[in-house]
Write a protein that binds this ligand. Structure first.
Ligand SMILES: [Zn+2]
Length: 328
């Protein structure tokens, strides 16, 4: 296990040691604006008052039940999920605070960015000085283009920096690295609840124009950089797929788009192979559908590249080509 000083989230409202809190003056409660944005983008069907309050009672009950459920599904994207901050709920900022940080107001100094990246990102630490400059430049632009919404009482500098760093890591070999169709990244302290189309516990998902992440699970991805699991890279893989293929075609990265058919081809063979007994590089979750297979392929590519190359050389090489990165 690599040495790492990543500090876990200790619980709602608690400030983990060695994690810097964001400046208070930049914390704003902007529920109205966020809810309006969500209504504009992914409004669920309106509920009658009876159904509405019934749904709230069910959700609260399930929250209690699911809080002890260890076999959680990571996520289930491709839906118009709403979360425990359901836009239909009465707006009570005092009982359910949301902190919003427009990235273009988060003017992190170079020492702050370097401090966080060197401490938490094995990927960044391995770059040469020229690449580090390029990484920082891209990171700043990515942060500036996103609004980070934190569903807790405190926000941490590591949140926008490390989450954006996952995006920059994934696209570091590409020309296009921004996500212009994603305006918001929502950060929940721990697992959160998706209620549509079904109620389930999530560590992360991509929905509408937002990326949603559990900070606790996101940090675990960075703490164990070689276990093949990284929810930040996983959700970014979904987000870039949607950005390049399903949203603004003009934003597509040519290397990514032209490289994807080869991944698709070899991926289908590996997908079938992994479904057989005795093959377990991929989780069962990855074999639910090809989108999950794609996202988990990215996790394995960055965290277990030598294993992937040895076991599935064609697949590994196709990911190298489409990302223009060669980790082995
Ligand atoms: Zn997924």
């Amino acid at each position: 296990m690599p040495q790492d000083t990543t500090i876990y989230w200790n619980g709602k409202g608690q400030l983990p040691a060695l994690i810097d809190s964001l400046p208070l003056e930049q914390q704003q409660v902007v529920l109205n604006a966020i809810h309006q944005k969500i209504r504009d983008g992914i409004e669920p069907a309106p509920l009658s008052p009876f159904l509405f309050f019934g749904a709230i009672i069910i959700i609260i009950s399930l929250l209690v039940i699911f809080s002890n459920n260890k076999n959680r599904k990571r996520e289930d994207e491709n839906n118009t999920a709403v979360f425990d901050t359901d836009p239909c709920l009465p707006e009570e900022p005092t009982s359910n605070p949301v902190l919003s940080y427009p990235g273009n107001k988060l003017d992190f100094s170079l020492p702050v960015l370097l401090g966080i990246l060197k401490k938490h990102s094995v990927y960044f630490s391995a770059l040469n000085p020229f690449e580090k400059d390029k990484f920082i430049e891209r990171l700043k632009k990515f942060i500036a283009a996103i609004t980070f919404v934190i569903h807790d009482k405190s926000g941490f500098k590591e949140m926008p920096v490390l989450i954006s760093a996952a995006a920059i890591q994934l696209t570091f070999g590409l020309e296009k690295y921004l996500l212009p169709d994603f305006d918001y990244i929502h950060i929940f302290p721990e697992e959160f609840i998706g209620v549509h189309p079904s109620i389930r516990v999530l560590e992360g998902n991509v929905s509408g124009n937002t990326i949603n992440l559990s900070w606790k699970h996101f940090l675990e991805g960075f703490q164990y950089p070689d276990d093949g699991q990284n929810v930040g890279l996983h959700e970014m893989a979904h987000a870039y797929y949607y950005q390049f293929f399903e949203t603004s075609q003009y934003q597509s990265d040519s290397s990514f788009v032209t490289g994807f058919p080869a991944f698709n081809n070899y991926g289908n063979k590996v997908f079938e192979q992994e479904a057989k007994p005795g093959f377990d590089l991929y989780s069962d979750y990855a074999l639910r559908n090809f989108q999950e297979f794609w996202a988990e392929s990215i996790e394995i590519f960055f965290e277990k590249p030598a294993v992937m190359k040895a076991q599935y050389p064609d697949l590994y090489s196709s990911v190298c080509t489409l990302l223009n990165q060669y980790p082995v």
